[in-house]
Ligand binder design. Sequence first.
Ligand SMILES: Nc1nc2c(ncn2[C@@H]2O[C@H](COP(=O)(O)OP(=O)(O)OP(=O)(O)O)[C@@H](O)[C@H]2O)c(=O)[nH]1
Length: 660
Amino acid sequence: MGSLFRASKTLKPRKYLSPFYSIKNPFDAFGLSQRFCSHSRQNSKESAPIDLSRYPIEKIRNFSIIAHVDHGKSTLADRLLELTGTIKRGHGQPQYLDKLQVERERGITVKAQTATMFHRYKLHGCNDGNINEPSTFLLNLIDTPGHVDFSYEVSRSLAACQGALLVVDAAQGVQAQTVANFYLAFESNLTIIPVINKIDQPTADPDRVKAQLKSMFDLDPSDALLTSAKTGQGLEHVLPAVIERIPPPPGSSSSPLRMLLLDSYYDEYKGVICHVAVVDGALRKGDKISSAATGQAYEVLDIGIMHPELTPTGVLLSGQVGYVVTGMRSTKEARIGDTLYHTRTTVEPLPGFKPAKHMVFSGLYPADGSDFDALNHAIERLTCNDASVSITKESSTALGLGFRCGFLGLLHMDVFHQRLEQEHEAHVISTVPTVPYIFEYSDGSKVEVQNPAALSSDPKKRVTACWEPTVIATIIIPSEYVGPVITLCSERRGQQLEYSFIDRYQQSDLVKLDILLNGKPVDAMATIVHSLKAQRVGRELVDKLKKFIDRQMFEIIIQAAIGSKVIARETISAMRKNVLAKCYGGDVTRKRKLLEKQKEGKKRMKRVGSVDIPQEAFHQLLKCMYSLLPVAAKVFMSAVFFAMHANEREFSLQPQFLMI
Ligand SMILES: Nc1nc2c(ncn2[C@@H]2O[C@H](COP(=O)(O)OP(=O)(O)OP(=O)(O)O)[C@@H](O)[C@H]2O)c(=O)[nH]1
């Protein structure tokens, strides 16, 4: 059985060993069984039910946290949940929203998770009656996976949001999934708030990241928030930015109900629990709703929000994100992207989601051939929570009845197997993964082959031609990595289509801009700028210096000049600071002390010619120069365009700048 391997190998935690890893039922240890029996931790301690009618649409903000793998989305989500009191500080379980056992063992998010938070904030024009009081906002946060194999989760989450926090590691900078997720959010017309995280790291370089955000996405560097989800630094600015910059959801509470089915999972007691975004109208417990996809009608048995566990509210209003239980029992009924509406009303269905594109196919068979029904049941339950997998029944002479499954990538496949085992106790054998090929036979017929066993062995039906899928890959990398990356692609039968420098040198009209203090040029302050910008840069530098150089005993003339031509000038008038002025009488020690203090202060200044420049002036000037320099001069990147065969596309790059 050389072509087969067992998926159910022992999995070692890769980077994060949960303290609960060795516990027999980790779900209990995490309180995760709550998720499956719908008991809210929050509920049990909360006396008054949450009244959602207090949150009209202008007080709602729906946002996702998107980023490359490991840039700190889930940790940031933890801090925001703590900040709003949604979970207790030090709840003992890092990455709270990574609820699945597979997520905890692998240290990666594979499922998008929503949590509703409440936050008091004073926003101009939005109050609860008293304009001097802050009002409470309802914030729906969706934490998303970073790995490319789960980007279907990201795109679905974004459909429920009006904004996204684009988290970038301050040391690693923009990476492949930062780019991919930025474009997902950009194409969905979301407000993007850049968050440069992990600024506590010794190698953090937020200015470099700001320059990347500007050059690659045209995001204003001054809009970036600097945070450390680890130490808490800068986090106080995140929710105000969410409330101020992200618009409330569109939609109308007076229109007929239209509700988007975002996600679902199976609960042994309640059946399918649907995560929904109410686009228009309002939904109450007991209402009758219908599915636009199947036409089937249901009664709303339970309804509420994730705060952060299921918390019944009896109602969901326009703009809100929550859950509904309707008695649906399978994925055939709960179709992700479906529109749910009040039975007997007529509405235009919402656009839904693009179907998932399966990249890898593999056969799944019960380890014990007689367990087909149990595997069927487990797959049915799991696909309820992972709509991106395609399932068709197939049979093998060696393995009996099984399924051919389509996945978004190899990691997705691996995670699906692990979840089948851990969450549904299904033991499976999987066949070697393959991409779909197209074969043409001598009788003129063409077939897509996802399973090598399906290839015809009939001598009258010879293969006359075959095709394999290809992806067009754009690889963006620092120029020094181009050589090894081209070799790597060529080794995998990649065909180079194009190669270009993103930031390439061009002939330009550059001038040296000198800064002169009392006629003497200060070499450390000289800069090279484009002639068109020289006047503006010179003026800004001179103004900045005037602000930070104290008046001295003589007049100071600050000039910006190109060669002998002065283009900006400021004067700081003279003064004589007599530190002994208030020192009446003849106390010599006191006078000496004051003079020594003055001398000490002077030591911290840099003397340029006759002028003392405080360190702060140098810092400010450098900052100003940095922001005025052309961004392209700071990052040298190249783009290599490749046509890669789909089954050869997975390889890792250091640094990971691969976009496929
Ligand atoms: N030094 C430092 N480490 C951080 C910070 N934020 C997160 N981390 C660490 O970075 C690692 C990854 O954090 P996660 O929150 O799991 O990252 P993620 O983006 O959610 O990861 P995926 O969901 O797998 O894409 C963890 O070890 C965190 O403890 C930070 O601000 N500073």
